[in-house]
Design a protein around this ligand. Structure first.
Ligand SMILES: NC(=O)c1ccc[n+]([C@@H]2O[C@H](COP(=O)([O-])OP(=O)(O)OC[C@H]3O[C@@H](n4cnc5c(N)ncnc54)[C@H](OP(=O)(O)O)[C@@H]3O)[C@@H](O)[C@H]2O)c1
Length: 363
């Protein structure tokens, strides 16, 4: 999975120039979009893109919408369509084909998925496997049928082998079984990589995938039982603050995670859609040195919310995989100047958003 999966460009590949960003800072000053050769199909990408975003109402989808609409991420003439499950149930092939036929996208960002934290995964591996397999197979085939030239799907660093060496890199996805807590989600997500390789080999398509670490930000799912660790902690700390009770962190607090702010991920997603030339996936993550323990993450939440109460650890709850330290070396080779929003700042913005939107936030 190396050079043979790279596309050849009619012009030299343009390097991205990602720069330091704040929530509202616009940086999308990309050079002219090159033409991409795919087998016998010469695709003129100088005409404006029509981008369909599946899962457009979720955490990542809403961040991409913000970057496109509020930070100047869209270029003149481009059309961006953000889908929710109400527009089409993507587990159903007929509904998927109908929504793709309706919008005729030239490009697709595929985010829609059954998503959840450790405890939801442990309860529903079968559902995670089946639902995600159906969604991914339907979306990629429907995109191919309407002749979409580019699909960027979303994997996750939590799908990598449980027993591995660190740091994890893009070549290691299929090197062994995933952690048993989320094997349904993991194997379903890994199959996107198989899809992409096969669509390239047999149909000449340049469909690819990104591999983010744990994502957090505004519009996350703050449900305590089903959500991911950070939004769950934020919600629990918010309630504990109100009730004057201790904040109970589930597990020992020792596992380590890399977190990426949804706005940073969104900015990188646009770069991948426009510029990244490979079928092989790319890890989108902060550096290895930015990895924090769950205890440090909880302390960050406590500080961001100004929580004054006691913090305890419920060691009867599962910890999940101890760490999944991922290398962002490939990303840095392409985007050496990209600067991530500092974790504390991103956490503060997320907590502020949650407090301000408590009544309507997903929880
Ligand atoms: N969150 C993370 O930490 C994380 C980490 C790594 C990778 N990822 C990946 O990033 C992508 C986006 O995740 P997210 O956190 O933004 O998820 P999310 O907030 O849970 O949003 C999921 C999105 O998928 C849509 N969806 C779910 N089932 C659907 C169906 N059957 N048909 C059509 N649409 C459906 C939802 O639509 P409704 O709003 O209508 O329900 C929603 O827009 C996913 O592929 C996920 O695997 C997430």
């Amino acid at each position: 999975m190396t050079a043979k999966h790279q596309l050849s460009y009619s012009k030299p590949f343009t390097l991205c120039f990602c720069v330091s960003l704040s929530y509202s800072f616009s940086f999308f000053l990309y050079p002219h979009y090159p033409s991409v050769q795919m087998g016998d199909n010469m695709v003129d990408q100088s005409s404006p893109m029509r981008v369909l975003v599946t899962g457009g109402t979720g955490l990542v989808g809403r961040a991409i919408e913000h970057v496109v609409k509020e930070e100047g991420g869209a270029r003149e003439g481009e059309e961006w369509i953000f889908l929710s499950s109400k527009d089409a149930n993507l587990m159903d092939m007929g509904e998927t084909q109908a929504v793709f036929l309706k919008h005729q996208p030239t490009h697709v960002i595929h985010l829609a998925a059954m998503v959840g934290g450790l405890f939801k995964n442990m309860r529903a591996n079968l559902d995670f496997w089946r639902n995600n397999i159906y969604i991914n197979d339907n979306v990629l085939q429907a995109a191919h049928e309407v002749d979409a030239v580019r699909v960027v799907s979303c994997l996750s660093t939590c799908i990598f082998p449980d027993k591995t060496t660190y740091p994890i890199n893009e070549t290691m996805i299929h090197n062994g079984p995933p952690h048993e807590s989320n094997f349904g989600y993991s194997y379903a997500k890994r199959m996107i990589d198989i899809h992409n390789r096969a669509y390239h080999q047999q149909r000449g398509r340049c469909y690819t995938a990104v591999i983010p670490t744990n994502v957090f930000g505004p519009h996350d799912n703050f449900n305590i039982e089903d959500g991911h660790v950070l939004p769950g902690l934020i919600h629990k700390a918010y309630i504990a603050q109100k009730e004057g009770s201790p904040l109970v962190v589930w597990g020992s607090g020792t596992p380590r995670r890399q977190f990426i702010y949804s706005l940073d991920l969104a900015r990188l997603f646009l770069w991948v859609l426009r510029e990244y030339p490979e079928v092989d996936p790319i890890i989108l993550s902060v550096g290895e040195e930015e990895e924090v323990s769950i205890k440090e993450a909880a302390e960050g939440v406590v500080e961001a919310l100004g929580f004054k109460g006691q913090v305890t650890y419920d060691r009867t709850k599962a910890d999940g995989q101890f760490k999944k330290t991922a290398s962002n070396a490939k990303l840095l080779r392409y985007c050496p100047n990209f600067t991530f929003t500092p974790f504390k700042q991103a956490l503060k913005e997320t907590c502020d958003w949650f407090v301000a939107n408590y009544d309507t936030a997903r929880k």
